[in-house]
Design a protein around this ligand. Structure first.
Ligand SMILES: Nc1ncnc2c1ncn2[C@@H]1O[C@H](COP(=O)(O)OP(=O)(O)OP(=O)(O)O)[C@@H](O)[C@H]1O
Length: 526
């Protein structure tokens, strides 16, 4: 059965609850956008806005699915920016390819009653998604100057075998409203920039990154410059501050975007395994090595290797990595033959590498090689109240969608509590905190359920208990139990949730791991 409107992207295949305000298709197109006026202006969460917008459009046109396509002038392609597309995260089509591509090239609406036998229909997308298109309507999206910048498309008219002429008129009217609405968003500004710099592809950029503070703006500028090159990038920042998110942004905004992005987490692997993981091994390299196994560098060929927690890399392996950066070659463990490799390297650390160099724990030559472009991510507490609020609202909406719940409203008191907390675990901690609160929230307003220390309580005057009101200046000074909890979750994450593998890395029994996870409130495996 095809998914209902409300399903977006592979990473977030969820179904929104029915929209209470509009159970029926409205007859007046102005109702499609009317409820969003405030949301567009504030644009607290562009993704959520676009998704709700596409839901409304599908309902209004009595369509099963809808797609907002935008134009990437550099690549002469359309990319799906918001869509009922649970099967894949994004689709790209060339101008002139398929119905949407033809609308973008020719600039007029196309109504396809039956795609079978329709030459302009691009059946590859149905083949890729497994979805069966039975009728399709697509109209151009134009900006205030009349220039085409996208296509609005709906699929599979419900209750009829085709879209009508009246539907075409309605979708055209909606497209004009959508254009007006989009022009006040940063998405539109990005498209405008792309017009001035047609060599820079769009649609990959920062789609999932929330934050408008001056610090984040400076980082966007830096990443925008560095990404299209092959420069090695070093991301520095506290745990949970978004290093991996930006590492992916560097990759998908660069020339290697269609090639693999492979992550190696040096902190999750025992020292003895890191070399093997990165470089692979030859047959007979050690007992049990009964065939040649390629490492991550070979797996990432043509793409990017993201070396997370590079500060944990043992010194001998640092030497081998240096050779990869300098000479683009290495030897597999137990091998004598040089293997050539073409990869981009992006590295991340929460450590002070300069200090590690001074202490002789990190090679100076490698340090300078990896920090060709250095991006320092600010801790959440330094990003200002507005960014915190944007992120919080984004997570409320995203978590509610993920768990198929109605998104509660954040009360002023709840926001105040969020702003007063110091967030030692940064954005990840905020995300987890909001997830817990949204899941436990019983009413429409999220207020009581934030699992945060009560900062209004008077601080203890003496004793060894940590003061919640005045946390230590150094956020890494954590209680032992918290360090253990974070380490376990990080290993589990690195092993993609596989408990057996995580228990092996942690060198504890699987039952012990299960018990600890239970203590953290992470119940049984699904
Ligand atoms: N600016 C942001 N906008 C939206 N989500 C964010 C942002 N920054 C971080 N996140 C989210 O917070 C979580 C932690 O981010 P990420 O894994 O990139 O941090 P990290 O610095 O690599 O952490 P660690 O050092 O512990 O590996 C992720 O779920 C990520 O999607």
């Amino acid at each position: 059965m095809p998914p209902a409107p409300g399903c977006y992207g592979a990473a977030s295949a969820f179904v929104l609850p029915p929209l209470p305000a509009m159970p029926q298709a409205p007859s007046d197109v102005s109702q499609v956008l009317l409820p969003f006026g405030g949301l567009v202006g504030r644009e607290v969460d562009l993704d959520a806005f676009l998704q709700t917008l596409m839901d409304r459009i599908a309902i209004t046109l009595q369509a099963d699915r809808g797609t907002l396509w935008l134009l990437d002038p550099a690549r002469r392609e359309l990319f799906s920016r918001a869509a009922h597309l649970p099967e894949v995260s994004q689709i790209r089509v060339k101008l002139g390819q398929g119905v949407a591509g033809t609308v973008a090239e020719e600039g007029h609406a196309i109504n396809v009653p039956d795609p079978r036998g329709e030459q302009r229909f691009f059946a590859d997308i149905d083949r890729m998604t497994g979805y069966r298109t039975t009728s399709l309507l697509a109209v151009p999206l134009r900006d205030g100057d009349g220039a085409l910048y996208g296509v609005l498309q709906v699929l599979n008219r419900r209750g009829a075998d085709r879209f009508t002429d009246e539907d075409t008129q309605r979708l055209t009217a909606i497209a004009s409203q959508v254009s007006t609405a989009l022009q006040s968003t940063s998405l539109y500004q990005e498209l405008q920039r792309a017009k001035d710099q047609p060599q820079v592809p769009v649609g990959y950029f920062f789609n999932r990154i929330i934050g408008e503070s001056p610090q984040l703006q400076a980082i966007y500028r830096l990443v925008r410059k560095a990404a299209p090159t092959d420069a090695t990038v070093l991301l520095r920042g506290e745990s949970g501050s978004g290093k991996e998110l930006f590492a992916r942004a560097v990759h998908v905004n660069g020339p290697r975007r269609d090639q693999p992005f492979i992550k190696v987490d040096c902190a999750a692997l025992p020292e003895t395994l890191i070399e093997n993981e990165l470089f692979g091994h030859e047959r007979g390299a050690f007992t049990g090595a009964d065939h040649r196994v390629p490492g991550k560098f070979e797996a990432a060929s043509g793409g990017t290797v993201f070396i997370d927690e590079i500060g944990e890399l043992p010194l001998p392996v640092q030497g081998k990595l240096l050779r990869v950066i300098q000479d683009r070659e290495f030897e597999r463990v137990g091998g004598t033959q040089a293997v050539k490799v073409d990869v981009r390297i992006v590295a991340a650390t929460h450590r002070d590498l300069a200090r590690m160099v001074a202490e002789g724990r990190f090679r100076e030559d490698l340090y300078y090689r990896i920090k060709v472009v250095e991006v320092v991510l600010p801790p959440l507490r330094e990003r200002g109240a507005e960014d915190l609020e944007r992120l919080a609202r984004h997570f409320v909406a995203a978590v509610a969608r993920r768990h198929r719940l109605t998104a509660p409203r954040l009360s002023a008191a709840a926001l105040e509590r969020l702003k007063r907390y110091r967030w030692p675990g940064n954005v990840r901690e905020l995300e987890n905190c909001i997830e817990s609160a949204v899941v436990l929230c019983e009413g429409e307003i999220l207020e009581e359920h934030l699992p945060l220390p009560n900062l209004d309580r008077p601080a203890p005057t003496s004793g060894a208990s940590a003061s919640e009101a005045s946390p230590p200046a150094d956020p890494t000074l954590l209680p032992l139990a918290e360090v253990e909890r974070r380490h376990i979750l990080r290993v589990l994450d690195a092993m993609n949730g596989n408990r057996t593998a995580a228990a092996r890395v942690l060198e504890i029994g699987r039952n012990t791991l299960a018990r600890k996870l239970k203590e953290f409130g992470l119940g049984d495996e699904p």
